[in-house]
Ligand binder design. Structure first.
Ligand SMILES: Nc1ncnc2c1ncn2[C@@H]1O[C@H](COP(=O)(O)OP(=O)(O)OP(=O)(O)O)[C@@H](O)[C@H]1O
Length: 292
C-alpha cells in the first residue's frame, strides 16, 4: 500500500515538475563517463548530439575529456585526468572522495572559477572553456550561485546587505532590498535582517550565504562543503534548505561533502579518487517514473 501511495506521489510530483518546466529530459545522464570508451568518442559524441538535439539538451552541464594540471617548482601536479561526466538541472548530486582527490578543483571548473588544462565544458550548450573574463563573470551571475565552507560574509555589512552584495553593480528589474528580505525570511532569518555576521551563529551565517547565492535567481547551486564548519543541527537545517530548493524550485545542485549520511539523501553520488571518477550512482531514478 505504502509503495503505491509513494509511487502515486512520485508520478504526481513528476508531472507537476514537468508542467513547471523543471523536468525537461527523458533520459538523464546521457553523457555519463562510462558511455565513452575513448577520448575521441566522447568529444565527437557530444558535438554530434548537440547538433542533432539542439535545445533538448539545454539543461545539462557536460564535461568532455577534462584534465587539470597545476605547475609548480619544476613539477606538474596532475589533479584531474580525462573526466567525462554530465550534470542535469533539477538533480541533486553530491561529489565525494578523499581529501586531495580533486573535488574542489572539479567544482571550480564547473563553475568557471578556473579553466581546465584540457577539454571542453559545455554549460547548457555554450562552451564556457574559452570565454573571456567579462563574459565569464556575466555567465556566472546569470547561472550560478556559489556556497563555500567558509561563509565569506563581509563583516561590516548586515545580513541584508551581504545578501544584496552580488546585485550592487547590476541592474535588475526588482527591488534588491525586498528580494534580500524575502530570501532571509525563507531562510528563517527574518529577525536577523539587520544583524552583522559577528552577531550570528555559524549556521545562521551559512543561511545568509545561501540567501546571497540565490539573490540573482541562479539555476544552479555549486556548494563546496557548505556544512563542513557546522554542528549537526545547523548542518541539517542547511542541508534541508538545499533539498527544498532542489525539490521545489528545480535548482540543480552539485555539492561536495565528506558526510556519507548527507550524500545518501541526494539523487546521485559521484565519487572521485586520485583525480578520476571511480563511481557514479543514481539513487533516485526519475527515469523509471517517466517510463511507467
Ligand atoms: N592552485 C593550486 N596549485 C597547486 N596545486 C593545487 C592547487 N589547488 C589544488 N591543488 C592540489 O590539487 C589537489 C586536489 O585539491 P582539491 O582541493 O581539489 O582536493 P579536494 O578533494 O577538494 O580536497 P579536500 O577534501 O581536502 O578539500 C591537491 O593535491 C592540492 O594540493
Amino acid at each position: 500500500m505504502f509503495f503505491f501511495v509513494s509511487l502515486g506521489e512520485g508520478i504526481l510530483e513528476y508531472h507537476l515538475r514537468k508542467q513547471r518546466g523543471l523536468i525537461v529530459q527523458r533520459r538523464p545522464f546521457l553523457f555519463r563517463s562510462q558511455k565513452f570508451s575513448t577520448k575521441q568518442q566522447s568529444a565527437s559524441n557530444f558535438s554530434v548530439l548537440l547538433e542533432e538535439k539542439g535545445n533538448s539538451i539545454k539543461d545539462l552541464i557536460v564535461l568532455e575529456d577534462i584534465s587539470k594540471d597545476y605547475p609548480g617548482d619544476g613539477v606538474i601536479t596532475k589533479v584531474l585526468e580525462s573526466i567525462n561526466i554530465s550534470f542535469e538541472k533539477g538533480v541533486f548530486t553530491t561529489i565525494i572522495g578523499p581529501s586531495g582527490s580533486g573535488k574542489s578543483t572539479l567544482l571550480s571548473l564547473i563553475g568557471a572559477l578556473d579553466k581546465p588544462t584540457k577539454g571542453n565544458i559545455y554549460f547548457e550548450r555554450e562552451i564556457i572553456t574559452n570565454l573571456k573574463n567579462r563574459r565569464l563573470a556575466n555567465f556566472r551571475f546569470e547561472k550560478i550561485g556559489f556556497i563555500f565552507q567558509q561563509f565569506h560574509l563581509l563583516p561590516t555589512l548586515t545580513a541584508m546587505e551581504n545578501v544584496m552584495c552580488p546585485l550592487f553593480t547590476r541592474k535588475v528589474d526588482y527591488s534588491k532590498k525586498e528580494r534580500a528580505i524575502e530570501l532571509l525570511d525563507e531562510m528563517g532569518l527574518k529577525d536577523k535582517v539587520h544583524a552583522l555576521p559577528s552577531q550570528l551563529s555559524g549556521g545562521q551565517q551559512q543561511r545568509v550565504a545561501i540567501a546571497r547565492a540565490l539573490v540573482h535567481r541562479p539555476e544552479w547551486i555549486l556548494a563546496d562543503e557548505p556544512t563542513g564548519n557546522l554542528d549537526s543541527e545547523s548542518s541539517k537545517i542547511v542541508f534541508d534548505l538545499l533539498k527544498k530548493l532542489n525539490k521545489e524550485n528545480g535548482i540543480g545542485i552539485i555539492l561536495i561533502t565528506h558526510d556519507p549520511n548527507l550524500a545518501k539523501q541526494t539523487d546521485r553520488i559521484v565519487e572521485i579518487k586520485d583525480g578520476k571518477i571511480v563511481s557514479d550512482t543514481l539513487q533516485t531514478c526519475k527515469e523509471d517514473i517517466v517510463g511507467l
